[in-house]
Write a protein that binds this ligand. Structure first.
Ligand code: F6R
Length: 357
């Protein structure tokens, strides 16, 4: 049932174009507004929104915050469920979106029970039909990625993002222009992801190099900052290499001290307003002699002579670039772990769903 692949992780990585394409044809093309509770997002005055999640799902939450604030003009708080449970919640939000692949993560469920007591409406985004989170929620949006066997979340993450985009599209607050832009971007995305999957040469040679490193730093800005966090999580999880993700602008506030000739930096770039600031940060890193790996849209001239490895990826609308960049980083982690002979689908000390606090 690994479908000819060596591991579930790589099989699940390859399922992503299909999963994204299928959801495009059902919900987005028909323009169905399948949200009821999410109609809260359209209320006037704007509702207060909280997003809760753990691990990889939390990274999807960070991207959701950025998108909701940018495209809907609403402000959003995102918290790790495990932290949320340990402080007083003074002004309960009208709506909480809980993102959990398994729907059984103890910290997320506890947070849901607390919020229910405060009368907050709960929207769950989950991959498992009938899970506990869906039973606690007022409304559930399924990610439809199918069972994810590999402990490291891959296809469930991009499927979560896809649901978040659908949520935005269902909201009457979204301007027509952005609706059209996002719809088109999502329609073009599956073949761009396929393009990454069909072109793994640079990723594999870069993975060979990373396998020799004892620490890696990931950086991104804006929409791709959470992707830097996700890339670092994937690498430490499956390849056991200490990896840290940072907002690029934060490097100079401390982490730059870690940068040296033996600490490579993986930079996740988009073609957006953060691009020039990213290049400035890359130059600062270069001066310190650190090997630079850049993941960027094809034909980014700014990187010539700057990056040691360039992993070019297909051009997509920057709004959906996190999904594409995530796939690149999943592959990078996978091949690095493969190089090191790690038990990729079942990393030590980890369980697929964390049902204890
Ligand atoms: C990382 C990973 C974990 C989960 C986290 C939350 O690859 O799989 O970080 O994302 O345990 O799990 P769910 O989404 O099931 O609540």
């Amino acid at each position: 049932h690994k479908g000819g692949y060596d591991h579930f992780m790589i099989k699940e990585i390859h399922e992503q174009p299909r999963i994204i394409r299928e959801s495009n044809s059902t919900s987005i093309h028909s323009g169905v507004k399948d949200a009821e509770l999410s109609g809260i997002l359209s209320l006037d005055p704007p509702p207060s929104i909280l997003i809760l999640a753990c691990g990889t799902s939390y990274h999807a939450g960070l991207i959701a915050k950025y998108l909701v604030e940018e495209l809907l003009g609403l402000s959003v708080n995102v918290e790790l469920a495990s932290e949320f449970n340990y402080h007083r919640h003074r002004t309960p939000e009208a709506l909480a979106i809980v993102i959990t692949q398994s729907g059984e993560t103890a910290d997320a469920l506890l947070a849901m029970r607390r919020l229910r007591e405060h009368g907050t409406k709960l929207l769950a985004i989950t991959n498992v039909p009938g899970c506990t989170a869906s039973r606690l929620a007022d409304e559930t949006w399924y990610t439809g990625a199918g069972p994810e066997i590999s402990v490291a979340a891959t296809k469930s993450f991009t499927a979560q993002l896809k649901v978040i985009y659908r949520l935005l599209l269902s909201c009457s607050r979204l301007e027509r222009r952005d609706f059209d832009r996002l719809t088109l971007a999502l329609r073009l995305l599956p073949s761009a992801i396929q393009g990454v999957l069909d072109n793994q040469l640079e990723i594999r040679s870069c993975a060979k190099y990373l396998a020799s490193c004892s620490g890696v730093i990931f950086i991104g800005r804006g929409l791709n900052y959470p992707i830097a966090l996700e890339g670092a999580l994937k690498l430490k999880e499956v390849a056991y290499i200490p990896s840290q993700g940072y907002a690029a602008g934060e490097l100079k506030h401390g982490p730059l001290a870690l940068v040296s000739k033996t600490t490579p930096v993986v930079a996740v770039l988009g073609r957006d307003t953060t691009h020039d600031a990213m290049l400035t940060t890359l130059r600062e890193i270069k001066v310190r002699g650190a090997p630079l790996i850049a993941i960027a849209p094809k034909g980014d001239d700014g990187l010539d002579g700057l990056a040691d490895y360039i992993i070019p990826r297909p051009e997509v609308d920057n709004l959906v670039s996190p999904m594409l960049n995530a796939v690149v980083l999943q592959l990078l982690a996978y091949y690095t772990a493969l190089e090191l002979g790690c038990p990729i689908d079942m990393p030590r000390n980890l369980a697929k769903s964390v049902t204890v606090e």
